[in-house]
Design a protein around this ligand. Structure first.
Ligand code: C2O
Ligand code: CU
Length: 477
């Protein structure tokens, strides 16, 4: 059996030694009618490198990650999604304040797209920023197989040109001894009741440790996206001399010096960094003379990607001043907020007296038999009644109490929110987020204006936790 505690560090004969261009955008793939076609299909791909046996993945357009979809803020996009897999699926456009019918949640906002069928997504993108798309039917399996890709919405006048705007989509895979995706453990109830499916091999843009060549002294936007099923990736912007431009796609009002040496990025969260390759601490340089984006959850740091800073051929560029244009979003009206509480229970080693699933009380044995091992307010998964139902425009103050021993990354569909209080983290006051972290036994309060009509999910983005019960919905009317 694979050793899940240890990352596989050097599976490939050599780490990637070429500098990679940016991900190709999808803009060229538009048909004459302006529609984009996107296909979910099976594909063979050797994750650790060509010399290894290929894994059977499920990918958008056969690519890992799926093609980068780049749009302009305010644009209306039309995407014909064709399902060439043998099982039903749908696409969720994570973080986009989208109209409800296009949110892509199988079983709530649409029927899953059957094999051989297609679905036309058409929506406006109201905010600029770093978003992503992923499967939203049995996500614990479909995302683990590779069904995800970046969705980048540029500002009307982009602050960074294409050469200075780099997407880094990070994922951890669970590989067996042959370097193939470990399929037998998909759906393992042990994962569902513990931390979720953790991998032992990290890719960035589908590759092990890609190298990016950057011109020293020029401004770059790095868009980090955590596409892991369950791993909270710990990164260190400070080690790259980076500032933080924004979280979960929404730019801050100005670049922020990292407050701490490490920054956790939960599954589905994004962080945009500003790097200039100047005044970097030489002690952070590795022996080949480059800087690594490291993952720090284990005792040994894991180098996910590398940056080689080179002198610009025509001398240092004049850096134009950097002014961010944060998205406009309604501020919560806390004096007139509706208070909602969410009590998270269950999981291994947790206190639980059972839970309700599909209207039926389950005891502990039944919980483990059905895989419904987590609950929100005593209920596992979606029930007929929403967590709350409010009129459009109402401010919600949501207090989440994590009574489990596990960390969770909680995602609100269709809305961005402010974090009002969190016990274990200094807050960035002007940050808007769509996914928040909550530690074991922690309480977190968030607030947002429920101004997007429809039925929206609220769930843990540790995908095994969501499947195992950490899933509810609310309605804005
Ligand atoms: Cu990114 Cu409901 O998910
Ligand atoms: Cu969780």
């Amino acid at each position: 059996m694979i050793n899940r505690r240890q990352f596989i560090h050097s599976a490939g004969a050599t780490a990637a030694s070429v500098s990679l261009a940016n991900l190709p955008g999808l803009a060229l793939a538009k048909t004459d009618s302006g529609q984009i076609e996107l296909r979910a299909k099976t594909a063979e791909h050797a994750l650790p490198g060509e010399s290894y046996a290929a894994s059977k993945l499920w990918l958008y357009d056969g690519k890992l990650p799926g093609p980068e979809i780049r749009l302009r803020k305010g644009e209306v996009v039309r995407i014909k999604f064709i399902n060439e897999l043998d099982e039903p699926t749908s696409i969720h456009w994570h973080g986009v304040r989208i109209k409800n019918a296009m949110d892509g949640v199988s079983g709530l906002t649409q029927d899953p797209v059957a094999p051989g069928q297609s679905f036309d997504y058409e929506f406006e993108v109201p905010d600029s920023g770093t978003f992503w798309y992923h499967a939203h039917n049995k996500s614990w399996q479909q995302v683990a197989r590779g069904l995800y890709g970046p969705l980048i919405i540029e500002d009307e006048v982009p602050v960074f040109d294409r050469d200075h705007d780099i997407t880094l989509m990070m994922d951890d895979w669970r590989l067996d001894q042959n370097g193939q995706l470990h399929l037998a453990s998909l759906g393992d109830v042990g994962d569902w009741s513990h931390a979720g499916r953790l991998g032992n091999f990290i890719t960035v843009n589908g590759r092990r440790e890609p190298v990016f060549k950057l011109f020293r002294g020029e401004n770059y936007r790095l868009r980090l996206i955590n596409a892991c099923n369950a791993r909270v990736l710990i990164v260190s912007p400070a080690a790259l001399g980076a500032k933080i431009l924004g979280f979960d796609g929404f730019d801050l009002t100005e670049p922020l010096e990292p407050q701490f040496d490490t920054l956790p990025v939960a599954p589905a969260q994004r962080v945009d960094l500003l790097v200039r390759g100047e005044s970097l601490d030489p002690a952070r340089l590795n022996d080949v003379g480059d800087f690594a984006l490291q993952e720090l959850t284990q005792t040994t740091a894991y180098s996910m990607a590398k940056f080689e800073f080179v002198e610009p051929p025509n001398g240092p560029q004049k850096t134009t001043s950097l002014s961010l244009s944060p998205n406009a979003i309604a501020a919560p009206d806390l004096d007139n907020a509706v208070d909602v509480t969410l009590d998270m229970t269950g999981g291994a080693m947790g206190r639980t007296e059972g839970l309700i699933y599909q209207g039926r009380q389950l005891n502990i044995n039944e919980m483990f038999d059905t895989g419904q091992v987590w609950a929100f307010n005593g209920v596992a998964n979606l029930s007929d009644q929403p967590l709350f139902r409010v009129q459009r425009g109402q401010t919600i103050r949501l207090k989440t109490m994590n009574q489990t021993g596990w960390i969770h990354g909680m995602h609100v569909h269709g809305h961005h929110f402010r974090i009002l209080s969190r016990q274990r983290e200094e807050l960035v006051k002007d940050a808007w987020r769509d996914t928040f972290l909550i530690d074991g036994d922690e309480t977190v309060e968030i607030a947002f204006v429920a101004d997007n009509p429809g039925k929206w999910l609220l769930h843990c983005h540790m995908l095994e936790h969501a499947a195992g019960g950490m899933n509810t919905w609310f309605e804005v009317i």
